[in-house]
Ligand binder design. Sequence first.
Ligand SMILES: *Cc1c(COP(=O)(O)O)cnc(C)c1O
Length: 376
Amino acid sequence: MYEIMTPGPTQVHPDVLASRSCWAPNPDLDPAFLHFYHQTAQQLTRLIGGRDDYQSLLLSGEGMLALEACVATLTQPGDRVLILDNGVFGAGFADLVRLYGGLPMVYNMDDRRAFDPVALGIYLEHNHKFKYATMVHCDTPGGILNPVEQLCPVLKRHGILTVVDAVASMFGERLNVSFGLDFTCGASQKALSAPAGLSFVTLSPDAQDAIRQRETPVSGFYLNLQNYMGYHQSGEFPYTMPAHDIQGLATALRRVEEDPDRYSRHDLMARGVRAALERGGLVLHPQNGFSSTVTAFQVPAGLSDKAILDTLRQDHGILLANSFGRFAGKLLRIGHMGENCQREKLLRTLGALQQVLSDLGFCVSEDLCETFSRRT
Ligand SMILES: *Cc1c(COP(=O)(O)O)cnc(C)c1O
């Protein structure tokens, strides 16, 4: 066993684990399940600022399912799609769009900075013939947080629908979908701290219209969000819903609801981690757009990410993450979201990190735990 301090999957609270082991109603035949599913989905919608005319769907599958389901359901062959790319997940949307016959146009400025709504507005003045745009709230591999509540209204002014990957930010970062977010994707295993296996899509009224109005058939069954529309009236889901997973989700959502300091704690802990690393002489990857759920920093020159992670896990029982895609081998990441986001856990993590870096030949310029303690 080791302490999981990665940016997802995160640590799971015993109450969440326990509720997944309780008896559950039959999801195909028992109206009590339909009611439970609907209430849980509505609670999720409320917690991310959705009004009564917003609707959340709980899908059985890991976070990528939500992203792919949105793209599969929205994209008709030949559709032009704007891809906001300043990280690995941002770029990944272009591949999904291509798979479903769309034409991705990549908007890429600087991998170390968040997108600027003003610059996007200027770009859109001359380039706005897009059916929808994709963006990532927190692009985890580089740890960049994009201001989606300011970016989406700029796109909506040009009639462009928005797909937002909020998998790594939802419930660790304040998020209000009523600021022009049409398709908002989340998942169970990040800041919500439930086991991997569920993803969510929250639909604005415009998103629901777009799904209903699609003319050509969706090339996919599992990915087709049309199959969910009207489930509450018909009482029918496209396939058997994972009742025990949703019980865990409901418990995790209740923990969010009963945690009024949640977002300020995430913010404070993240600031403490960033200050500790910077004062210690490490280099943060983001130059702005700092995330409250994950901190990505550069692997010190001459060291290997793998050696650092292996030593941390084997000698100190703490698991951190490296990065992947265009950042493979270059960055390390601390996930301080959900159940990971506790002062004592982060103190242990920073203490161990300092020790391992020093064992491997990099001495920090200021004690990490001391800075963190002072700031938190
Ligand atoms: C974790 C994550 C997902 C889900 O993808 P996996 O790599 O399969 O875990 C999607 N988007 C973002 C931003 C994520 O952090």
